[in-house]
Design a protein around this ligand. Structure first.
Ligand code: NAD
Length: 280
């Protein structure tokens, strides 16, 4: 019997582009991808006029020899990448998603605070490109989303649901995209229309809370990476489901897992539940 020798050739490294590579998340991504054996950073962008332009992608993390200069041209980055990661600003989500659609390059989008029009451009681009979109890429948080939905399904409307989030003082949108995703998970578990039950802000003479409403509360300060709690409070008992991120690397690891997962997938809009095999 003739047996074929197994090929020992390693798969080519995944070529990853990092938009906004000098940002807080951009740096965590460059560090995480740089440490992976099966992936490499092939370039990064910062906006026109940024002092980082022309410097090596490694410079913002103190590794000056990754071998690619920071550039202001996202199209060139898409053209030399297998997958591009975007943790930048909603102002450029439509531009970046459009480039993903035009080039067919996979795109992992973590930017939060996007408008309905920007979401629409992501949806349109997903006809031509594999897009993974998640307001929070951590494994633990995605598990929390599933638990919140399950708890909401099991509990009746005697349990008042609120979502509390706490982030660093630099965060410019509120509530966090993750908090809103948790609110949606609660609404889905209870079969409610989220928009008609969401209470975004409470201030002044609000009156008593309405049965079935989902409230949001926001804290900002210091260097808090990200904390989320979903409360279910009834007369006499309260359930609190919490996740605390202490390190930005959890999001970067999730983003890299999403980047790896895009290989060989059909164009479409996916979430972390797909990446983690947690989808219904
Ligand atoms: P940051 O301000 O530290 O970094 C953003 C970077 O993007 C900056 O370096 C900025 O110069 C760059 N940038 C802005 N416009 C650009 C453009 N046109 N081209 C190239 N670069 C551009 O912010 P951050 O804390 O890194 O967060 C970035 C985004 O990611 C926010 O929306 C945040 O909420 C989100 N985020 C998502 C997750 C997740 O898991 N999905 C986790 C953390 C942060």
């Amino acid at each position: 019997m003739v047996t074929k020798a197994k090929s020992k050739e390693a798969a080519p490294k995944l070529r990853v582009g990092v938009l906004g590579c000098a940002g807080r998340m951009g740096r965590a991504l460059v560090r995480t991808i740089g440490a992976a054996e099966d992936a490499m950073v092939v370039g990064g962008t910062e906006p026109e006029g940024s002092p980082w332009i022309g410097q090596d992608v490694g410079v913002p993390i103190g590794l000056p020899d990754i071998g690619s200069a920071i550039d202001a041209d996202p199209r060139a980055l898409f053209e030399r990448s297998d997958v591009v990661l975007d943790f930048t600003s909603p102002a450029v989500t439509a531009l970046h998603a459009g480039l993903a659609g035009a080039t067919g390059v996979a795109y992992v989008l973590g930017t939060t605070g996007t408008s309905a029009a920007e979401e629409q451009s992501v949806w349109a681009a997903s006809k031509q490109s594999v897009i993974v979109r998640a307001a929070n890429m951590s494994l633990g948080l995605n598990l929390l989303l599933g638990l919140a939905r399950k708890a909401a399904t099991a509990l009746d409307l005697d349990f008042d649901a609120d979502v509390l989030e706490y982030h660093h003082k630099h965060k410019i949108d509120a509530p966090s995209g993750t908090a809103i995703a948790l609110g949606h998970a609660v609404a889905a578990g209870r079969r409610q229309d989220h928009e008609s039950v969401a209470t975004w802000v409470r201030h002044g003479q609000t009156g008593a809370r309405k049965r079935g409403d989902i409230g949001y509360a926001v804290l900002r300060g210091g260097d808090v990476v990200g904390e989320h709690t979903v409360f279910f409070a009834a007369d006499g008992e309260r359930i609190e489901l919490s996740h605390r991120a202490t390190n930005r690397d959890i999001f970067a690891r999730g983003a890299l897992a999403a980047a790896r997962w895009t290989r060989g997938k059909k164009p479409g809009l996916y979430g972390m539940a797909d990446v983690l095999g947690l989808a219904d």
